[in-house]
Write a protein that binds this ligand. Structure first.
Ligand SMILES: Cc1cc2nc3c(=O)[nH]c(=O)nc-3n(C[C@H](O)[C@H](O)[C@H](O)COP(=O)(O)O)c2cc1C
Length: 368
């Protein structure tokens, strides 16, 4: 029978009830970097997803780049997250923590005046949202060769804390122009040591992070997110199919829970090297990867069922649709209309409004 969003699937050792994944979304509601009861309520409301991937959670103080984002870098963080994982499990859900280091997408105001770190001292034009408002991005400081093993180890430490917190696994954030992506991408990595230059060298950091995290918690609990076709955070690779292809081919041997890929925007005339993705990112990389693929960005129920049926991807993650629809799987199942999204100002920061106050179908029915 043709597979669709509602066909069960096993990732690692976990059976998922459907192939509908809640995409990681920063919501900036973690005071002093801690998850709260409200965080628990938000994720528990969405536990009918086959898998929830949390918002980016920083692996170290060095990895922070935005206000009110949660951490997973101390035992106290793990304790706070335990309330969340317990609440999701009580509702029959599964939840992975997205582990995150923003690299150069940060600002010295987050680091007592010290510059953010990156593979190279290469900045990009733009502004960063901070506690002090929007500030101009700075040229980051290049990580010293001797510092890199410590950063790799921070991912492994965060993964161990995630286990302590009761998560079912972790997703390494290797997408959207953050640190892992900054190493892979030829635009942001100008190193001339073993972490820069060739595709093998630019891919080294990503693969070392994966290896360290797998060693810490086991491959069946590890996923990774990559955005080979994306330009977020000043990304622009000279040959993205080759750069990301190298990493993806080498990921196969780890036997991960999944590879999470993002579609990119339509490239312009000067971005010819990105036209290879015109029929979808998964089509390009599926033949190179042996394992489960989650695909994301801009998917509807119909498009999602089609990509699963085609075999190009195994699961589909939904971001914005999950913000406004805590019961998105049920709405897909019965073809119910989706809730109207409140303003984008409720995406980041604030309290319950636009976070935990979207009604389920049942709640809508009860009010009419
Ligand atoms: C409010 C918001 C916050 C986001 N935060 C993250 C994040 O922390 N980590 C990440 O990998 N992607 C993040 N994303 C990207 C989403 O995971 C997803 O790729 C994007 O929303 C496109 O999927 P959609 O079309 O289903 O919404 C965020 C998106 C939104 C709207």
């Amino acid at each position: 029978m043709e597979k669709n969003l509602f066909t069960g699937i096993k990732i690692g050792n976990i059976d998922l009830k459907n192939r509908i994944v809640m995409a990681p979304m920063t919501r900036s509601r973690a005071p002093e970097t801690f998850a709260t009861e409200l965080t628990a309520k938000y994720y528990a409301q969405r536990a009918s997803a086959g898998l929830i991937i949390t918002e980016g959670t920083q692996i170290s103080e060095q990895g922070i780049g935005y206000p009110w984002t949660p951490g997973i870098n101390t035992p106290e963080h793990a304790k706070a997250w335990k309330i969340v994982t317990d609440a999701v499990h009580a509702e029959g859900g599964k939840i992975f923590a997205q582990i995150w280091h923003v690299g150069r997408q940060s600002h010295s105001v987050f680091h007592n005046g010290e510059l953010p770190v990156a593979p190279s001292a290469v900045g990009f034009p733009g502004k960063q949202f901070t506690h002090k408002g929007m500030l101009d991005l700075e040229t980051p400081r290049a990580l010293e060769l001797e510092e890199i093993p410590g950063v790799v180890n921070d991912y492994a430490k965060a993964a161990l804390l995630a286990m302590e917190a009761g998560f079912d696994g972790v997703e390494i954030h290797g997408a959207n122009g953050y640190l892992v992506d900054q190493f892979i991408n030829s635009n942001s990595n100008r190193r001339d040591d073993k972490y820069g230059g060739s595709v093998e060298n630019r891919g080294r950091f990503a693969l070392e992070v994966v290896e360290a995290v797998v060693k810490a918690i086991g491959s069946d609990r590890v996923g990774i997110r990559l955005s080979p076709a994306g330009f977020n955070g000043g990304m622009l690779d000279l040959n993205p199919a080759e750069s990301y292809g190298y990493v993806i081919k080498n990921l196969s041997k780890f036997n991960l829970a999944y590879l999470h890929l993002l579609e990119g925007p339509t490239p312009n005339e000067d971005q010819q090297q990105y036209h290879i993705f015109k029929n979808g990112v998964a089509k390009v990389f599926r033949p190179m990867y042996d394992g489960n693929i989650i695909i994301n960005a801009g998917y509807t129920k119909e498009k999602a069922n089609a990509v699963i049926a085609s075999g190009d991807a195994d699961m589909v993650s939904f971001g914005v649709p999950f913000i406004a629809n805590p019961d998105l799987p049920e709405r897909f199942r019965v073809d119910a209309p989706l809730n109207q999204l409140l303003g984008h100002e409720t995406f980041y920061g604030g309290g319950e409004r636009g976070y935990t106050d979207y009604p389920t179908l049942e709640e809508v029915a009860a009010t009419v």
